[in-house]
Design a protein. Structure first.
Ligand code: SF4
Length: 233
């Protein structure tokens, strides 16, 4: 039985989703003061940006859930769609298309018409953190929304954690200890609730520039996900 994490109350006026839809934060979520202040500073600096928690993207009946770290300042925080607008998205969406998890043209805009197939994308932390670094407390405070994704999506079978922090957040969101399984690129971990967790280095520009993650290495992760999903249950 998975441990459920109590969500912080949504701020007043925020619509609470129906039982079949994962919980999502209010656009003015006040739970992390540092991130709220950063959002507000960005609202003044970049008034045309999204500058709010970024909602998950993809169908609710997806079998694959990709868990990233947090929105990038000029990526998802600008456009309002996970991994949309920056380098990480270029690699992620191209790879998703190759393995049949995305359809349409990815054009770095939330209205580019791209649709995910059997795949959904979320972030461990929903608000952009300064220097892409959420604190341990912020990761903890946003965990309830990830727990809600993991326990609400009815057909979920495979998770891909992009980076060690996302890996740790998935374990915590399911009430598992960090020592349950270590982050290892391309490893597949069978979780006690039946989900399979695949680890991948994050598809950031830094990781690809330093060759920690190559295109081929990233594709191998999604090939594995595709194989696991296509295998008879
Ligand atoms: S990171 Fe999550 S919990 Fe923190 S303010 Fe943003 S939405 Fe709220």
């Amino acid at each position: 039985m998975m441990k459920s994490t109590r969500l912080k109350p949504l701020s007043s006026g925020a619509p609470r989703m129906s039982a079949a839809t994962p919980d999502a934060p209010a656009s003015n979520c006040p739970v992390c003061p540092r991130l709220q202040a950063f959002r507000q500073a960005n609202q003044r600096k970049f008034p045309d940006f999204h500058n709010a928690p970024v909602a998950s993207f993809g169908p609710l009946d997806a079998r694959l859930l990709i868990v990233g770290l947090a929105p990038g300042l000029k990526g998802a925080n600008q456009t309002g769609r996970p991994f949309t607008g920056d380098f990480a998205g270029d690699l992620l969406y191209a790879t998703l298309g190759k393995f049949g998890f995305a359809e349409g043209i990815y054009d770095r805009r939330p209205d580019d018409g791209l649709a995910l197939r059997d795949c959904r994308i979320t972030n461990a932390v929903r608000c952009v953190p300064p220097e892409n670094k959420p604190t341990t407390q912020e990761i903890k405070d946003c965990l309830g929304f990830l727990t809600s994704e993991l326990t609400t999506l009815p057909n979920l079978r495979v998770l891909i954690a992009l980076g060690g922090i996302a890996h740790g957040a998935v374990l915590s969101a399911l009430g598992l200890k960090k020592s349950h399984c270590k982050f290892v690129h391309q490893a597949v971990h069978a979780l006690p609730n039946g989900l399979l967790l695949i680890d991948s280095y994050h598809c950031s520009r830094y990781n690809t520039n330093t060759r920690r993650l190559t295109e081929e290495m990233f594709e191998a992760v999604f090939e594995k996900a595709r194989r696991l999903l296509d295998a008879p249950v």
